[in-house]
Design a protein around this ligand. Structure first.
Ligand code: M6R
Length: 362
């Protein structure tokens, strides 16, 4: 049932183009530059929102960070993200003008369920974004949007991350069109990039051998640093989480600009830096930060937009051009890197020690 793959994780990484096509299927209407998400919110409700708050844990939290930036940029609506276990909803002035979105693959994460209950109790509208039909979160929330990734067995979330962001991007377009803050032309561009995403991810998957080579070269490093800006920042955090979760190596993600405010003290020739260097994420400045690490001996691996000139990297991995979604494609390189480092070390990839697929205690 692993379809010829040694691990579910690798199978699920390779299922991402299909998962994405499923997330987008039947939801995009290029003629009117809109989307159809079958949401049952009362007429005008999404248009009159003052704020969107996303709550989630782990990988879903990083997907939410990506999505919050999309919501602000695409729909021009104030969007904040909070770790579900830290979330308190104070009700605000008009709780019903606030939409609280619980982003959870399993739909069963206790911290996320607790957060959405607190929000609903205070009068906010609630939306569940989940992969799991009939899950607890679908019963708690006013409405549900399915990410349609198909079952994910590996404890490490992979295909559901990309499907969460793609689905929330559709929501951003829906809200932006509804509020009149997203023009027809911009919506078409964005939807075009979204439709290009499955093919772009496939191109990266076809480069797996290069990532395996990099994993062989750097597997014995002391620590791994992931850096990025803007949409590349949550991807850096996600890249580090994946690596530590399945390889048990120390890895940390940083906003690239923060390296020089402390972490640089840790950088040596045994701490590779993996960077998101894509268009629209201030790649030039990120590269300056990477160069500072290189000066201290750190090897640098960059996921770089096709056609973008960076300084010299030890390994450059090409990211096809899909606009605002390029960091999401860069993430696929990081998933493959984590997988191969862990596999070379013989780790229990699908069931890492101490972890469970869904965390049902607070
Ligand atoms: O099912 P959820 O999306 O609510 O799960 C949240 C986290 O527990 C989950 O993303 C976890 O961080 C993953 N194992 C990361 O790969």
């Amino acid at each position: 049932e692993k379809g010829g793959y040694e691990h579910y994780m690798r199978k699920e990484i390779h299922e991402q183009p299909t998962a994405l096509r499923q997330a987008l299927s039947g939801r995009i209407d290029l003629d009117r530059a809109g989307v159809d998400l079958d949401l049952e919110f009362p007429q005008g409700c999404l248009e009159s929102l003052e704020e969107i708050q996303l709550v989630a844990c782990g990988t879903s939290y990083y997907a939410s960070q990506y999505a919050a930036q999309l919501l602000e940029e695409v729909a021009d609506v104030r969007a904040t993200v909070e770790i579900a276990s830290e979330y308190e909803f104070d009700g605000g002035r008009d709780p019903w003008r606030t939409l609280v979105i619980a982003v959870t693959q399993s739909g069963e994460t206790a911290d996320t369920l607790g957060a959405i209950r607190r929000a609903a109790g205070a009068g906010a509208r609630t939306l569940a974004v989940t992969n799991t039909l009939g899950s607890s979160v679908t019963r708690e929330a006013d409405d549900t949007l399915f990410i349609r990734a198909g079952p994910e067995i590996g404890v490490a979330a992979t295909k559901t991350f990309v499907s969460q962001v793609a689905t929330l991007a559709l929501l951003a377009v829906d809200i932006g069109r509804g509020r009149g803050t997203l023009s027809t032309a911009d919506a078409r561009d964005l939807l075009g990039d979204l439709r290009g995403l499955p093919g772009a991810v496939q191109q990266v998957l076809d480069e797996e051998d290069r990532v395996l080579k990099a994993a062989r070269e750097f597997r014995d490093s002391e620590s791994f640093f992931f850096v990025g800006r803007r949409f590349g920042y949550p991807v850096a955090l996600e890249g580090a989480l994946k690596l530590k979760e399945i390889s048990y190596d120390h890895a940390e993600g940083f906003a690239a600009g923060e390296l020089k405010h402390g972490p640089l003290a840790l950088v040596t020739d045994k701490t590779p830096v993996l960077a998101v260097l894509t268009d629209g994420t201030r790649a030039g400045e990120t590269m300056n930060n990477v160069t500072e690490a290189q000066t201290r001996g750190a090897p640098a691996i960059g996921a770089v937009s096709a056609g973008l000139e960076t300084g010299s990297l030890d390994i450059g991995l090409e990211v096809p051009n899909v606009g605002i979604f390029e960091p999401l494609v860069a993430n696929v390189y990081f998933q493959l890197f984590a997988y191969h480092v862990a596999n070379l070390k013989g780790r229990s990839i699908d069931k890492p020690r101490n972890l469970a697929k869904s965390v049902t205690v607070e």
